[in-house]
Every structure is written in structure tokens, then in C-alpha cells.
Design a protein around this ligand. Structure first.
Ligand code: SAH
Length: 354
């Protein structure tokens, strides 16, 4: 029983945790399965919807537990692409964003793992807004449940951990949310449709390889040179490119999967001929492909210092760069920019932190 008046948040609990909770309040273990199914499969927002649970127990749960972690504040639609940005408020009045990106045969949900981000990558708006805290499992999961409710669960086909924050600095939470999204009872997504993107927390890359959870891994490379990477991504001073590449090699070997290298093209910084050489060397030693992202403007954040000087490589030059890599037998994709008209494209998510 809950004695201190603070309600227990059930949203975000994994199946074993829910089962343990029900046993602890003197209920049979299978209630955990039932509530799991209601929350994550049927997207129930209230205990009253849980038809196979007695009225008495539902009342008891309402009195002691909570079911929702986020409140929808606003949504914004991109008229040109159909991309939709969601602004959510947390219980402590923090704001986070998620984005649903419609593509030809899929709809991808881009979710956040932190309020802001501590990494301070010079090209990213989220970095410029600062960092407040990690999200809870419930807050990560609710971004899916609340957007799935609006779009229809079947219409969210992919999840990418590419919103605000660094998933590997909120590692346990990220893994628990994957466990919930991919659980057979959730009838949700296959692990192959989930991508975790990291700026390079090398020890966690190895941990992910070792823990047996199989998802797709994307690595924000952005430069094949230590000094340039350290300049635009200060986290590189703590976990060097070398250390990360070793971890990625280990990951690719252990999981027998290909790494996706994300590469945001910055004029005169990472679009030179020597960058092609460096990328070719890296990609030849690790099973991988490159995903080139045109640099999305962060001018809405009124950046200072290096951030204010960054310019995009032109689309023509991006295509030439990609072709040169392809000539070296590297698989290259160029990501279409989606949602920059509503500041919902890669690296544009940012909310004023109080
Ligand atoms: N912290 C994680 C996930 C968030 S960013 C990571 O760094 O991977 C998701 C992707 O968008 C990353 O590859 C990131 O480098 C890229 N990105 C950030 N800012 C961008 C911008 N202004 N334009 C284009 N891509 C950007």
C-alpha cells in the first residue's frame, strides 16, 4: 500500500517490475501482465478503461497510482512534408519535443531522452539550450504512447532515439524503454525498427553489444579527425574517436550488424577531399554505411562563437561528396531534410529551459 500520499507511477514499469508491484500489494502476479497490456498495447490513459480488472481494484489503483507522465502542450505541422512536432510538459513543468516524420512506407517517431543535452555539440540547437535532467522511462515511453494514440499505433512503424539528449547518458532508461516498445505483449515494434543514435559514449557502445539487446546503432561521426571532432563535439575530448571506433568495431563484430555513421555536412569543416580519405578509411574497417544529413540552421537559437559561424555545404557539393565516397565502395545515403520549416529537423529541437 502507498502510505506517503505520493502516487506510484506505473507508466514506465517493465513487466517484471509491474508483476513485483502487484505481488507487493497482495494481488496475483498476472495483474502485472494485464496492466502492462492495457498501458502499452491498448494505450489506456485511465484505470477505468481496464475492463478485466475488478472495479474495487481499479479504484484502489486510481487512489494510489498514476498512469501518465507527460501532458501535450501543442503540436505543429509542417505543411510541406507532413512532419509533426509535439511539445510535451513534464510533471515538473519541463518541456520536451518529439517529432513524427512521415515517409513513403513508414512513419518514424523521433524521441527525446533528456531535457536538453549536456554535450554541447556546436551544430545542435538542443546543445545550445543547456541541460536539465534525464527523462524517466515513463516519459520516454509516453512520447510513443501519446503520439501513437493520435496517429494510430500501427502507423508508428519506426522509432529513432534522435530527439533531445544523449541516450547513452540515460542508458538504463533507454534500454528499459526499448524492452517495453518491443515486448510481445505491447504488440509494438520489431527491434530492427528501432535506432539508437549516440554522439559517442564508447563504454556504453560496448555495454550495448554485451547486453544482448539488439537494436540498430547510429553513431554521430561528423569528422574523421580527432581535432576537428573535438572542436565541434566537445565530448570527443573525453571519449576519443579512436576509442569510439574500437567500441564500434567490437559492436559490429559481436552483433553482426552494420553501423550507421551520421554525418552532418558543414562547409569547409568536414566536406574537404581529406575528409573523403578519412571517411573511406573508417568505413573500410567497420561494417557500416554513411547517412549524410544536410546541416539544418540553428539561427533560431541566436548562436555565438563557433556555432554562429557554421554554414551548410551546398546540396550540389553534398552530392559530389557522396559520389566520391561511392566510388570508394562506401554505401552512402543523403537524408532528406524534413520539418525544418517548423524547427523539427535534426538538431533543431530546443525549448527554453526555465
Ligand atoms: N545525442 C544523439 C542523438 C541526438 S541528435 C547523437 O548525437 O547522436 C540526432 C542527429 O542529428 C545526430 O547525428 C546529430 O549529430 C544530428 N544533428 C544535430 N544537429 C544538427 C543540425 N543542426 N543539422 C543536421 N543534423 C544535426
Amino acid at each position: 500500500m502507498n502510505t506517503n500520499n505520493k502516487k506510484i507511477q506505473l507508466k514506465g514499469l517493465t513487466l517484471p517490475e509491474l508483476e513485483e508491484y502487484f505481488v507487493s500489494i497482495g494481488e496475483p502476479k498476472f495483474r502485472g501482465r494485464q496492466v502492462f497490456n492495457w498501458m502499452y498495447n491498448h494505450l489506456a490513459a485511465d484505470f477505468s478503461e481496464m475492463g478485466n480488472i475488478s472495479k474495487e481494484l481499479r479504484q484502489k489503483l486510481s487512489a494510489n497510482c498514476e498512469l501518465q507522465t507527460l501532458n501535450l502542450v501543442t503540436t505543429q505541422n509542417s505543411p510541406s512534408t507532413g512532419t509533426k512536432k509535439y511539445l510535451f510538459a513534464t510533471h515538473d513543468e519541463r518541456k520536451i519535443e518529439s517529432v513524427v516524420i512521415p515517409e513513403k512506407e513508414r512513419n518514424t517517431l523521433c524521441i527525446s531522452t533528456q531535457v536538453g543535452c549536456p554535450l554541447d555539440c556546436k551544430f545542435c540547437a538542443t546543445g545550445l539550450m543547456g541541460y536539465k535532467r534525464n527523462l524517466s522511462v515513463g516519459e520516454v515511453v509516453d512520447q510513443y504512447l501519446l503520439t501513437a494514440k493520435e496517429h494510430g499505433k500501427k502507423n508508428i512503424t519506426n522509432i529513432v532515439y534522435m530527439g533531445m539528449g544523449e541516450p547513452f547518458l540515460n542508458y538504463e532508461t533507454t534500454l528499459k524503454s526499448v524492452e517495453i516498445f518491443t515486448h510481445e505483449l505491447t504488440k509494438g515494434l520489431s527491434r530492427l525498427r528501432i535506432t539508437i543514435s549516440t554522439a559517442g559514449i564508447a563504454p556504453r557502445i560496448k555495454d550495448l553489444a554485451d547486453c544482448g539487446v539488439r537494436v540498430k546503432l547510429a553513431f554521430s561521426l561528423h569528422s574523421g579527425f580527432e581535432d576537428i571532432r573535438s572542436m565541434i563535439m566537445p565530448i570527443n575530448k573525453k571519449y576519443s574517436l579512436k576509442e569510439n571506433l574500437e567500441a564500434l568495431k567490437y559492436y559490429a563484430k559481436k552483433t553482426k550488424t552494420r553501423i550507421t555513421f551520421e554525418y552532418t555536412m558543414l562547409k569547409d569543416i568536414n566536406d574537404r577531399n581529406e575528409d573523403i580519405k578519412a571517411l573511406t578509411k573508417i568505413c573500410s574497417s567497420i561494417p557500416s554505411k554513411i547517412n549524410i544529413i544536410p546541416f539544418n540552421s540553428i539561427k533560431h537559437m541566436a548562436p555565438e562563437g563557433i556555432s554562429s559561424k557554421l554554414e551548410p555545404t551546398s546540396l550540389t557539393e553534398i552530392h559530389q561528396f557522396a559520389d566520391k565516397l561511392r566510388n570508394n565502395n562506401i554505401t552512402v545515403m543523403i537524408r532528406e531534410t524534413q520539418g525544418d520549416d517548423i524547427a523539427a529537423a535534426c538538431g533543431q529541437l530546443a525549448v527554453k529551459i526555465n
